[in-house]
Design a protein around this ligand. Structure first.
Ligand SMILES: [Zn+2]
Length: 333
């Protein structure tokens, strides 16, 4: 493995050797219409925040900035750049201001940041953020252990962030975590997920990302949960955020697309995990999502070889193996 990793340096070989999924456009159109898949999917890249925040190694600021720039060059339309949390809680994100100031903002690309409270929101504004994200859990126990308050209390805390964001005209994205299972509660009721999603949507979040934070969901659970949530929030405002702990992420995403969802969160090289859920692996790898979507004839605007280079770059910096199957396959060619 180490030998393999050593070859994966910045600006490496990946571009030349990626296999392109073959699908003629007529076949793609038939496939899309027969299974009501979207024509275009927006990928929200969460690697620099959700991914790196959960890696053991603290990444130097200049590496984060380079990673974000490589991701925007690869055509990702949304890149969650960092989190304005207290460095006491998340030391990996303590350079949030430098990251925001250092990245080369590309026209047409959004760089949302996580803001857990008003103080974080104000700091994010000062650092030039144009979009923020807030989060609530669908599980009471997870909320208690993760942010030390009930789901209700956590949503109340976000109301002041919401008010401030409205005043500034800043769009807010909402996350719901543990939508398909919780490390403490086990099964999570789809109705509870729908209730929390509805609260965030009514508060003014323009998009609700439904997170399988510990990656335990299956396509069956995803269908059941989406059916409940779609009754409360328009499907156009929904995104899915799948972790791949049990190897179900791509299947879960495909089912979500068939249910009308057209926004997918993913993390380059499958970076990340969940500190509160032992053994939870990272977000689904962006490379693998893009490969699947392009194979389905779905437009993403992402250049897969460039994305693979970004994945190689960050894995090299972290001295860890990629979690992307597509990247692993490309390495061996
Ligand atoms: Zn995640």
């Amino acid at each position: 493995m180490a030998a393999l990793m050593m070859r994966v340096g910045p600006g490496s070989f990946a571009s030349a050797r990626v296999y392109r999924p073959a699908l003629c456009s007529a076949a793609a159109a038939i496939l899309r219409s027969s299974s009501s898949l979207p024509e275009r999917v927006k990928i929200v890249e969460v690697g620099p925040r959700d991914g790196l925040q959960n890696e053991k190694t603290v990444v130097p600021t200049e590496v984060k900035i380079r990673l974000i720039d490589m991701l925007s060059e690869a055509g990702l339309p949304v890149i969650e750049a960092t989190s304005f949390v207290s460095p006491k809680w998340v030391p990996q994100m303590s350079d949030q201001e430098e990251v925001m100031r250092g990245l080369h903002k590309k026209a047409g690309v959004n760089y949302p940041v996580l803001t857990p409270n008003l103080k974080g929101f104000q700091a994010a504004m000062k650092a030039g953020a144009k979009e923020v994200a807030i989060f609530g859990a669908a599980s009471e126990l997870f909320s208690k252990k993760n942010i030390n308050c009930s789901v209700d209390e956590s949503l109340l805390r976000f109301e002041e962030v919401m008010r401030a964001a409205n005043q500034e005209g800043v769009p807010v994205r909402g996350y719901v975590s543990c939508v398909l299972g919780c490390p403490y509660e086990g099964k999570v009721s789809p109705n509870k997920v729908a209730e929390v999603a509805k609260r965030l949507y009514s508060m003014g979040c323009y998009e609700i990302s439904l997170g399988d934070t510990i990656g335990v969901g299956t396509p069956g659970g995803m269908t059941e949960m989406l059916n409940a949530v779609k009754k409360e929030v328009p499907v156009e405002a929904l995104a899915v955020h799948c972790h791949d702990t049990y190897g179900q992420a791509l299947a879960n995403i495909l089912v979500a697309l068939q249910n009308g969802v057209s926004v997918v969160d993913s993390s380059v090289a499958g970076l990340g995990g969940c500190p509160y859920a032992q053994g939870a692996s990272g977000n689904v790898a962006t490379e693998d999502v893009v490969y699947m979507l392009h194979g389905l004839g779905i437009h993403t605007g992402v250049d897969l070889p460039k994305l693979l280079d970004a994945g190689s770059y960050i894995c090299h910096s972290l001295n860890r193996r990629t979690n992307s199957k597509v990247a692993q396959a490309s390495c061996k060619l």
